[in-house]
Ligand binder design. Sequence first.
Ligand SMILES: Cc1cc2nc3c(=O)[nH]c(=O)nc-3n(C[C@H](O)[C@H](O)[C@H](O)COP(=O)(O)OP(=O)(O)OC[C@H]3O[C@@H](n4cnc5c(N)ncnc54)[C@H](O)[C@@H]3O)c2cc1C
Length: 439
Amino acid sequence: MAEISGATFLDLAGLSDEEEALRTEVHRVAVEVMGPAARALDQMSPTERIAPGSPFFTVMATLKQLGYHRVFVRHDGEQGANQISPLAQSVVLEELGWGSLGLATAFLVDLLPMLSIANFGGDELKAELLDPWLDDESGRFHGCWAITEPDHGSDFLGLRDEASASFGRAQTVAEPVTGGWILHGQKSAWVSSAPIATHAAVHAQAGRDGNVSHSLFAVVDLSDPGVHRGPPADMMGVREDPQGELFFDGVFVPDRNVLVPPGPLYPAFVDQLLCLTSSVIANVAVGVARASFEEALRHARNRVQGGGPLVRHKNIQLSLYSMFEKVETARAYSRAALAHTQSSLPGSTPTATGASPRHARAAQVFAKRSAFEVAHEAVQVMGATGLSRDTLVEKLFRDARCLIVEDGTLEVLALDAARDLIDHYERDTYDLEEMMATW
Ligand SMILES: Cc1cc2nc3c(=O)[nH]c(=O)nc-3n(C[C@H](O)[C@H](O)[C@H](O)COP(=O)(O)OP(=O)(O)OC[C@H]3O[C@@H](n4cnc5c(N)ncnc54)[C@H](O)[C@@H]3O)c2cc1C
């Protein structure tokens, strides 16, 4: 049984003592640190949110002090890709999502450049960036993932689409020079944490000719000359994580920072990376769904209408059941998808042949849709109280609405999963070598 704000709930996975202790600890951080900061940040202007002293930096420093970033990224020289089991990772992700979708997003995008260096970087880059990032206990470093562009949102998340060659030229272009590449162009206004990030994992088209699928993937130091940032965006939800544009005006990127060069590996890499981000976001979405459900349950037990508590009314009972069913099924499937992805990504084991896009995308679609539906039902159960700016459910609803666009829209993710199941249903995974050969 897991502790939640004084209540308990049955976790069907039967967590070990260590996993249970980890859940209790992360839940405490979600309640005491993330939740209050998220509610304060949600009310602040975009510029206030990124000003020195903002609660955003306090939360990021706390997560670093607790070493949660080290849980997801391998220490150099240690065996195995992860420090804790996939189930424990799911538990941590759910609690972070429960605490704040925006702060969980900020935590996750911080990981992406360094996780990529851990897997693809050379020793020099690891010593320069990964090691100090792993040792960071003050929030000195913060990463972001710059993939989408003003004219390429869904395009970058659908490179397996047969039509990807027609998607056109990217707006961030890398041109080869001696010893590296020169970056020109810009990324979309929605890059999470870009206004405050120190490093970015950047996708850039290699050379002026070609299209978005002929790109490279590099880690860029955002203090380098030629990097500029747009103002932080003012979004409907997920407001606690600042989003903004990145502009590159002749930024030199040394070869050693290019983790995936242009070539047949690039689209396969992006596809597998999206399997990881999909199954990770799915587990975070479960936390958002559970937070909404618990708010509605608490309210329905206490609010009296029609001569008794709301929970006595059949329609409210059915709503609560429906929310519970979605949380439980989303949790079970998201955990299975993350565990499968972690053990199937190329390099995770000597025999791993690749994660399954249809399963990872389905986990993301199901969990994100569930989070939105549960938040929607929670608002209804709470009546006008659920619409008030003073209630958490009002914020959860706005966050859950943003979540069904963040990291790929439900439609584009589902279409991508459909392509995979139509072509590869009878196989464990698609053939990465065949995919690279047809590039
Ligand atoms: C909270 C949040 C955080 C984000 N964080 C990041 C980040 O860290 N880094 C980053 O780079 N980006 C980030 N994004 C951007 C996000 O990945 C994109 O918003 C998303 O992929 C959709 O792209 P778009 O907004 O350009 O919409 P579009 O691609 O313009 O889509 C608009 C509509 O058209 C549909 N559509 C588009 N293409 C197709 C197609 N081929 N077939 C059928 N339907 C289609 C979509 O489903 C959607 O309904 C974030 C967005 C949000 C909301």
